[in-house]
Design a protein around this ligand. Structure first.
Ligand SMILES: Cc1ncc(COP(=O)(O)O)c(C=O)c1O
Length: 394
């Protein structure tokens, strides 16, 4: 059960009906307090100084690393803080020791951030790139991977949950295919880590990326999990070296190798606190809560004659992302009406998934309602009632 009173931790909820958490979630007061505490009480650089507040800052930064690491069940040293998922994926694309003839496979379900880095690699380095297509409801079948994978496949890059259609991809089955062919697996957890229990061991992935701002944490924070430190760091400089002489340098072994320069210390502390907040609610409970609301929205929208709902019909294998359209009305116009009529905040358009829109044959995109733990059945009802009114009056 998610207690109703958590809504008091998100003051914005008293003003609007926030259904745009897949774009960015709200941050609760304890996250903001943890960041403010850093600013007020131990604002110093982390991992560098020896004075007392530098040590406090370093400790809190390391604690944040540990909290996030344990949250996804990673081992020590496997986790790097980044600015966001996009940066994490680009770190893999630009830092991996690619060889001529390597094949990368990704899918048409991906966010541009898990597509463009591979396209650029193809265009600049001559890497072979293949894209597999989902079914119309977003479902991705591991057989589609089996049909194109070869022994030359170095990496498969796959979303764990679609930010448009909401379906959860059976990553473990994809991981088995990758293992059979000796390919590495990168999982884009941007939409799954904030909403489901995720265990990197069980998933069987080699890389996992996610963004702090979609999981109640601050903007400008993200994570790259990597099983083996096989990447060339994107940046080198202060904080990432063991020894430097006039002749050269030796990089450190731990995650610091990939975090050159002063990190977003307040952000990291906020992210560590956000993970604690999610854990206190319980990821299973969050999932269950969001599924109930999702079901209510899907059923409600399906009950309105001229509304088209995209993605799997049942809420069972979905996260709380519901895309829909009112044929004849532009999704941006619907989003503006939802705001104007009932202060409902939703996203509209292509959701950074233009190739998927092309496949679904909806160039204008969709209206997307997306949930987090602080949403309620009342939010679902307000959305459905307001969409009904818009569709009727149109
Ligand atoms: C599935 C998915 N991948 C990647 C991203 C990119 O996240 P960010 O903008 O935080 O880097 C998003 C953002 O919406 C997303 O939904």
């Amino acid at each position: 059960m998610i207690p109703d009173d958590i809504r008091n931790d998100f003051p914005l909820l008293s003003e609007v009906c926030y259904l745009d958490s897949a774009a960015t979630s709200l941050s609760p007061e304890p996250v903001l307090e943890a960041m403010l505490e850093y600013e007020h009480r131990f604002r110093a650089n982390a991992g560098r100084g020896v004075h007392r507040i530098a040590q406090m800052a370093s400790q809190k930064y390391q604690d944040a690393h540990q909290n996030v690491r344990k949250f996804i069940h990673a081992q020590e040293g496997e986790l790097v803080f980044t600015r966001n998922s996009t940066e994490a994926i680009n770190m893999v694309a630009s830092g991996f020791p690619w060889q001529n003839g390597d094949l990368v496979i990704t899918t048409l379900l991906e966010h541009h951030s898990n597509l463009l880095p591979w396209m650029r690699l193809r265009d600049r380095q001559g890497i072979d790139l293949r894209l597999i297509a989902p079914a119309q409801d977003g479902t991705l079948d591991p057989a589609a991977l089996e049909a194109v994978i070869t022994r030359k496949t170095r990496l498969v890059a796959l979303t764990h949950a679609s930010n448009v259609l909401g379906n959860v991809v059976p990553v473990r089955e994809f991981a088995k295919v990758c293992q059979d062919y000796g390919a590495l697996l990168l999982v884009d957890g941007s939409q799954s880590v904030p909403h489901l229990p995720v265990d990197v061991e069980r998933l069987g992935c080699d890389f996992l990326c996610f963004s702090g701002h979609k999981m109640l944490g601050p903007t400008g924070t993200g994570v790259l999990f990597m099983k083996e430190p096989c990447l060339e760091p994107l940046l080198v400089g202060g904080g990432s070296v063991d020894r430097v002489t006039a002749a050269g340098y030796t990089l450190t072994e731990g995650y610091e190798r990939y975090e050159a320069g002063t990190p977003n210390i307040a952000g990291a502390i906020g992210l560590g606190r956000a993970v604690g907040y999610l854990e206190a609610l319980g990821m299973e409970d969050i999932r269950h809560h969001e599924q109930q609301i999702t079901r209510r929205i899907i059923d409600g929208l399906n009950g309105i004659g001229n509304v088209q709902v995209f993605g799997p019909g049942s809420a069972g294998n979905r996260i709380g992302v519901i895309s829909f359209a009112i044929p004849g009305l532009n999704p941006h116009d619907v989003a503006v009406m939802l705001d104007g009529e009932a202060k409902i905040m939703v996203r509209s358009g292509h959701h950074c998934c233009m190739p998927l829109m092309e496949q679904l044959n909806i160039p204008d995109g969709t209206v997307r309602a997306s949930l987090h733990c602080y949403n309620t059945i009342e939010d679902a009802e307000l959305l459905v009632d307001t969409v009904r009114k818009i569709a009727r009056d149109f």
